[in-house]
Design a protein around this ligand. Structure first.
Ligand SMILES: Nc1nc2c(ncn2[C@@H]2O[C@H](COP(=O)(O)OP(=O)(O)O)[C@@H](O)[C@H]2O)c(=O)[nH]1
Ligand SMILES: [Mg+2]
Length: 445
């Protein structure tokens, strides 16, 4: 409580904590900062955190703090953040030859079929190999291009053994027309192994085009509903009780059911894997960009906490050096997650036929498109200082003569928190503008 008062006025503090279950979404940024600092100080001072939102690993750093060892505590937080980056997600993609497996594996990774990292498409499958294709920006997320069960001539149970089913988080079974007996047998076997499967009906763009050409009163929604119903009924006849089928086109992930597929996967994955999937998803709609921003925002308190703990180590200059390096890495992660690096934007330009120059014209943040270095960041922060940083310095320095290190910690927490929030907001807005531009929508955000 004492430390929390360092970063907000008592009135604000009371206002925030008098409500029994505050909704973090509705808190203005300053209040959120105070709230997160309060939680951090609860951990720091070994008080009960009434909202209990820190993961176990971070609570472990309490002991180090109680032993007056902030360096060890900072290392614990760092360890937690590293671990988050390495959570594996293995997605198996299967279906008959020619159904669009390899195309799907490329499209979800945001990779062009011609790219050297692409799974080869359009070729007749002859090998029995199971090929891993890591996500270009998140190599812990791997899409596995499986041979069709028909190619292997194995029964479903042997097939699953052959592909090494244990390692997969879930299976995507693709068909370009109707699902066959093989698909169903495989799904049933997957279920027996207590794994999840999802049916994807590919090449929907073909069907839509064909209908458009052949029907006078063409209705896209009706066509989609009919295809979905046909697939569902076919699967039911073959013995799947309540199948869900997602309609997808490799050329237009933002259309049809791909968003719904992502939402479903996200809902059904264990908590610690939800964000792993989210960041690996291309920006197919505004909601995904918003969710990425929220997930990034939720982590800022850990980085701010880390910088506060480092500030508690009485080595002059250490705190600023560590903070700046850490912030560079975190902001690079924002660029990667929002697809605002050069290669992602170039790919987006190629796939949407919107010129690269038009896409970058709507970007406002100076950190997008640039190689960020510590000096570059320092320069930008110097420019922000009037609005953001001086406020923090003032707030913190008021207490310095009284309590020394805790004030430096509060200050460090606040500066890191504000700086990261500032760049996150800017980059999330840029991502929204780029998305709208790429889809040819009105660009005002
Ligand atoms: N129009 C269209 N063609 C697709 C789609 N998905 C795959 N294809 C094409 O279908 C053919 C077979 O795709 P491929 O990914 O190689 O299938 P795989 O054998 O299951 O790996 C290729 O010529 C792809 O370009 C799609 O969503 N729409
Ligand atoms: Mg293939």
């Amino acid at each position: 409580m004492f430390f929390a008062s360092l970063s907000c006025s008592p009135a604000v503090f009371l206002e925030i904590f008098s409500c029994s279950s505050p909704s973090l979404d509705s808190l203005p940024e300053d209040h959120l900062l105070s709230f997160e600092f309060y939680q951090f100080s609860c951990v720091w001072t070994n008080m009960d955190d009434p909202f209990d939102s820190y993961p176990e690993e971070i609570k472990e750093c309490q002991q180090a703090l109680m032993n007056n060892d902030p360096a060890a505590a900072a290392a614990k937080i760092q360890e937690y953040l590293e671990k988050q980056k390495n959570i594996p997600l293995n997605i198996a993609v299967t279906g008959e030859t020619g159904s669009g497996k390899s195309s799907f594996v490329n499209a979800v990774r945001g990779i062009d079929d011609e790219d050297e990292r692409a799974a080869p498409t359009g070729c007749v499958e002859t090998t029995m190999e199971v090929t891993p294709y890591p996500h270009p920006k998140y190599p812990n997320v791997i899409f596995w291009d499986l041979p069709g069960i028909g190619t292997t001539n194995f029964p479903a149970d042997k097939y699953l053994e052959h592909v090494g089913f244990e390692k997969f988080d879930f299976f995507i079974i693709i068909s370009a027309d109707r699902f066959r007996e093989n698909d169903v047998k495989l799904a049933q076997e997957i279920q027996k192994m207590e794994k999840k499967f999802y049916f994807v009906r590919s090449k929907i763009d073909h069907n839509i085009q064909d209908e458009k050409r052949s029907k006078k009163n063409f209705d896209a929604e009706k066509t989609l509903t009919r295809i979905r119903e046909d697939c569902i009924q076919g699967l039911q006849k073959l013995g799947i009780e309540a199948p869900q089928v997602f309609l997808v086109s490799k050329f237009e992930l933002h259309l049809y059911d791909f968003s719904l597929l992502h939402e479903t996967l996200e809902r059904e994955l264990p908590d610690h894997k939800k964000n792993v999937l989210l960041f690996a998803m291309p920006n197919i709609n505004r909601e995904i960009i918003k969710k990425k921003k929220e997930a990034f925002q939720a982590k800022i308190k850990y980085f701010a906490g880390l910088s506060a703990l480092v500030a508690g180590v009485p080595v002059p200059g250490l705190s600023a050096t560590v903070d700046l390096r850490m912030m560079v890495t975190v902001i690079e992660g924002y660029l990667r997650g929002f697809g605002l690096d050069k290669s992602s934007l170039q790919r987006l330009a190629d796939s949407t036929d919107v010129p690269y120059e038009d896409l970058i014209a709507v970007i406002k943040s100076p950190v997008a498109l640039n190689k960020i270095t510590v000096d570059f960041l320092l320069n930008l922060m110097a420019k922000m200082s009037n609005t953001h940083l001086l406020m923090a310095v003032e707030e913190g320095s008021r207490f310095i003569p009284l309590i020394g290190i805790p004030a430096a910690m509060s200050l460090s927490f606040t500066v890191t928190y504000r700086t990261l929030s500032f760049f996150l907001n800017e980059l999330a807005d840029d991502a929204q503008r780029v998305f709208k531009k790429a889809l040819g929508l009105d660009t005002a955000v």
